[in-house]
Ligand binder design. Structure first.
Ligand code: NDP
Length: 475
């Protein structure tokens, strides 16, 4: 299950292309160079409304017991004014600022000062210095993979301080949730703005920068591909995993502690959400080296989308189920709880196995067994910006023969399980599955667009061999 990272991108035999770019269209792969009106409108919409959406959800829980409609009804009927809601919203506090600053600093220290030791004793785990994918400029970056270690140390310290030394209450995150949200926003905007300025004035690798000429698009989707400070502080790897994903399990633990404090017990739905999301988070860190080859790290540039998204959107909206269960403690019947657990496990299994199959296939250059047989694949080629030609393979068997993104399907099944754990009384916890469906469908289309410009006619052959995207026979 551990993703063995190759030392060189072994699946890609390369040679310098001397044929004067007969495939120039393929040189343009990577983030867009030009912005169409729809992308521009989406960017403006998200820049304006995404922070409001986060605020609206969290405020609805704080002031309206997680009922999404009631704030709107109150405002539309004149029962309340915006100022009434705003005046009841907790403001930033020095305490929250202190907690947040300490949190981020601690994660930075764990990230850059503690080389990984987990890979030395955990069989199958890939940590330490690893290489990322080839960038459009033909660069292979090195990363220090130590996320699992950071996660373990953080959680051991959390339990020790909250339950043994009693330095803080385990409900500390819930109790400061909205003040912390302002701090997360400040960091999210600061880091995105810094990344934009850095992209213009002191980029880490100018050849991997993209300027569309559209300020808002560049701010949101990023200019630099792999911004770094020094040799090791990689913005994408740090913000993608820490502080948001390390915090995810702590946030859920804090919600469980709050349930215990308020009701004297932790419901089975809260335990389910903690377990299923905990597995997802641990999977992320166990496979952090493998994530270097996923879209977030190896295709997306670093802008507001990743910077603000990782600081605010992820920790606040991916944890809505636990927050909801603090306000509505749902105790599921045994059959329902088991059904949800099974759905979550099946989803996770599909998600992990599909990702594993691709990883194994790419790592061994197709010299492996998928479901007991030699994998089938399509040979394809692409070019880097500098005109170097690379060869690669697209697998057409295993889960990758069922659909072109069956890993997303598994992810969606798991996401549905988290939501179902919250029962059917309110729609707020179902935001996650709606959002994930939109995100992964859009991502699927975005990825395929990129793969088409990267592989050209080879990608078309692949889509003929595997005609469905997410659900065989349906989509
Ligand atoms: P994938 O892991 O599916 O990677 C897509 C890339 O894989 C393509 O760009 C292509 O890259 C390569 N590829 C595509 N088809 C094949 C094939 N048949 N054989 C071999 N290689 C192929 O996508 P993501 O990086 O988006 O997702 C990784 C995981 O992370 C998924 O399981 C997803 O569900 C999860 N995820 C979760 C999110 C969350 O918020 N919870 C957000 C995003 C992702 P190449 O250029 O190398 O050919």
């Amino acid at each position: 299950m551990g993703a063995q990272q190759e030392k060189k991108p072994s699946e890609e035999r390369k040679y310098r292309n001397t044929q004067n770019n007969t495939q120039t269209s393929q040189v343009q792969w990577g983030r867009a160079w030009e912005v169409d009106w729809f992308s521009f409108a989406s960017v403006l919409f998200l820049l304006m409304f995404a922070p409001l959406i986060v605020y609206y959800f969290i405020m609805s829980c704080d002031q309206y017991q997680c009922c999404l409609m009631n704030p709107l009804i109150d405002l539309l009927t004149g029962n309340k004014h915006l100022s009434d809601i705003w005046n009841k919203t907790p403001m930033p506090t020095y305490r929250a600022a202190g907690i947040y600053a300490l949190w981020v600093t601690f994660q930075v220290v764990l990230y850059i000062c503690l080389p990984d030791f987990c890979h030395k004793f955990l069989p199958g785990y890939v940590g330490g210095v690893q290489e990322g994918a080839v960038t459009p400029a033909g660069i292979v970056n090195k990363y220090e993979i130590n996320g699992l270690q950071a996660w373990i140390i953080t959680h051991v310290l959390w339990f020790a301080n909250a339950y043994y030394f009693h330095y803080f209450s385990p409900t500390i995150i819930f109790d400061n949730w909205i003040p912390l949200m302002w701090c997360a926003n400040i960091l999210g905007y600061a880091v995105s703005t810094f990344a934009m300025i850095k992209g213009y004035f002191f980029p880490t690798n100018p050849k991997d920068c993209k300027f569309t000429g559209n300020f808002f698009y560049d701010y949101m989707m990023g200019i630099e591909f792999n911004p770094r400070i020094g040799k090791w502080f990689d913005f994408k790897l740090f913000f993608n995993g820490r502080p948001g994903i390390v915090a995810w399990t702590l946030i859920n633990l804090s919600y469980a502690a709050k349930q215990q404090e308020l009701y004297g017990q932790v419901t089975n739905s809260m335990i389910l959400v903690n377990i299923l999301q905990g597995i997802y988070v641990l999977d992320f860190f166990w496979n952090e080296a493998w994530y270097l080859k996923t879209i977030d790290i190896c295709h997306d540039h670093f802008g507001w989308y990743l910077g603000w998204g990782d600081c605010v959107w992820l920790p606040y909206l991916y944890t809505l189920q636990g927050l909801y269960l603090v306000y509505h403690p749902v105790q599921l019947g045994t059959a329902n709880a088991i059904g949800i657990l099974i759905l979550g496990f099946i989803g996770y299994y599909i998600f992990r196995m599909t990702n594993h199959q691709k990883d194994l296939f790419r790592r061994t250059n197709g010299n492996c067994k998928i479901w007991g047989k030699k994998p089938e694949y399509i040979e394809c080629s692409y070019m880097s910006v500098e005109g170097t030609k690379y060869y690669s393979k697209l697998m057409t068997s295993g889960f990758w023969g069922w659909a072109r993104h069956f890993n997303y399907t598994g992810d969606l099944m798991g996401s549905l399980a988290y939501c179902l754990a919250c029962g059917f009384e309110h729609i707020l916890p179902y935001f996650y599955i709606v959002y994930m469906t939109i995100l992964l469908t859009h991502r699927c289309i975005r990825d395929e667009h990129r793969c088409l410009s990267k592989y050209g006619k080879d990608w078309k052959r692949y889509t003929v061999a595997v005609p469905y995207r997410l659900l065989p026979g349906v989509f």
